[in-house]
Design a protein around this ligand. Sequence first.
Ligand code: ZN
Length: 368
Amino acid sequence: MSSEITSLITFGEANFTGFSSMSGNLVAFTLLIALVVLAALEFSFPKRILPVKQLRQSYQTNAGLFIFNSLIISVTLTPLLMVADRYSDRGLLSYAEGPAWKALLSFLLLDLLLYCWHRISHSFDSLWMFHKVHHNDPYLNVSTTFRLHIVELLIITVLKSAYIVLLGVDKTMVLTNETLLTLFVMFHHSNISFRGEKRLGQVIIAPYLHCAHHSTERSEHDTNYGAVFSTWDRLLGTFNEREPAKIGIKNSSPQTVLGLVKFGFTPANPAPAPVYGPDLNLNAMIAEAAYYKAEKRAFKPGNELRDWLEAKRGIIRMVYGDRPGRRPQPFKSYILTVSSIPIIRNGKYHEIIERFYCSAYYPLYRRC
Ligand SMILES: [Zn+2]
């Protein structure tokens, strides 16, 4: 979300044709002022009283990660501006009449794009792996905006390039949109509380809404994905006004720059250890469950994929709970899952797996 900040502050260095580096520097200066003002407001009107030592650590880490990311992301920024320079008159926005409509549409669609990206990054383990770095700050404050993993930043840069080409967003609009977005994102990360905040939250993502998004509870942090307008969350059923009990992610996680870079490459959901020998894994369990289903249907052809998918869904749900990934159930329930498959109990475990893999039900399996 806060890739805009990295992009904008490095923009001053890019000095791309058609834009003076002054524009970039002016934007960077504006954002710096905003950062100072919001930090001062956090100090004067804090929503949660944060311990000074930990808050200092949070600022240091987030600033360090920002510098680390800036060193890399500035390499990808120039192509982004070149894309804006080259395709600004060819995209869908060329059908919109008047610069005001173009500007409004480009901003709204960018906000929608970021909503979608944010939601997707919470839905897939392979993306949450990187996004969890942003969520692991237990002392949410304006500097948390900068806590992003480099891989996530690079993916967002690619997405934005595609958005620029598709819509034909010119450089002025890119600069304006990114500045506004950055200001909104910094604002909603701030640890502040003020009168009228709830009313404001009906239209835009106010700090209390984004605070709920940083809850340790998945049911709460899978909500309020918006960057600017809360409208997307309202329309798409992810709006949440609950006050979170705890901020961050469950279990301990690193709080240093290098630790966070490494943490981003750590699978969000390590596989549970096998309890019934080295051959036992999720695929084997799914295979057995699928075979069991197939047997019940008397191996009637045409149901192979359905059997497999149903089995997969059932096993994943039993092992990980209501939703796959990221939240392994306690070890006990894993054992229960295994013992709940009748086929395992009858001692024909390996034989049945082989039969399943090599049967007409799964002919492409490599072991056959
Ligand atoms: Zn998030």
